[in-house]
Design a protein around this ligand. Structure first.
Ligand code: FES
Ligand code: FES
Length: 189
């Protein structure tokens, strides 16, 4: 198996053999974690079964539904399409760490609650992790509803009809833009 990983320093393609175990270090929600994993172990199974981070859900297991979305080095990624060994030396953020200092709920989670943007909640963790990445990217202005819907197009929700999710994301985007403007950040006159 030819895998791009940072197991032993710089990111290089290395050969990992089936059935062998490899020690990996990851930073999970800001906490260092070490574990021995087989090369074939998916990040979803690693998070849920090895590290107990069961907030990451598994739906389709082939990159379509978005339920398994986590952030790897800040970027939203499908955990069901990622091997645990590919995360060696990286930061992995899951829903368990989303609130951060705003514990127990961050502004995104509060907005979802306010707008009733979840019902069964199966899709919610993945959507929140995508939103968290997207809303932190440099935006010249508050995103439009169309842009929010495009961002959400990588996620399937069978319950809500998406409208309350869009409203929650726009709510947070507007609140953050106002906060940046109040703080006098450049580009937000
Ligand atoms: S479980 Fe990963 S995209 Fe559906
Ligand atoms: S809230 Fe049930 S799938 Fe989205």
């Amino acid at each position: 198996m030819n895998i791009k990983t940072k197991l032993d320093g710089p990111e290089l393609p290395i050969i990992l053999h089936r059935g062998t175990m490899h020690e990996i270090n990851i930073m999970l929600n800001g906490e260092p974690r070490v574990a021995n994993v087989e090369p074939r172990l998916l990040l979803t199974d690693f998070l849920r079964h090895s590290l107990g981070a069961t907030g990451t859900h598994v739906g389709c297991e082939h990159g379509v539904c978005g339920a398994c979305t986590v952030r790897i080095d800040g970027v939203a990624q499908r955990a069901c399409l990622t091997l645990a060994v590919q995360c060696a030396g990286r930061r992995v953020d899951t829903i368990e760490g989303l609130a951060g200092d705003q514990h127990p709920l961050g502004d995104l989670q509060m907005a979802f609650k306010r707008h009733h943007a979840l019902q069964c909640g199966f899709c919610t963790a993945g959507i929140l992790m995508s939103c968290a990445d997207w809303l932190e990217r440099p935006h010249m202005a508050v995103p439009t509803e169309t842009e929010v819907r495009e961002m959400l197009s990588g996620h399937l929700c069978r319950c809500t009809g998406y409208a309350p999710i869009v409203a929650a994301v726009l709510d947070v985007a507007q609140a953050r833009a106002l906060a940046r403007k109040t703080a006098g950040e450049p580009g937000h006159a």
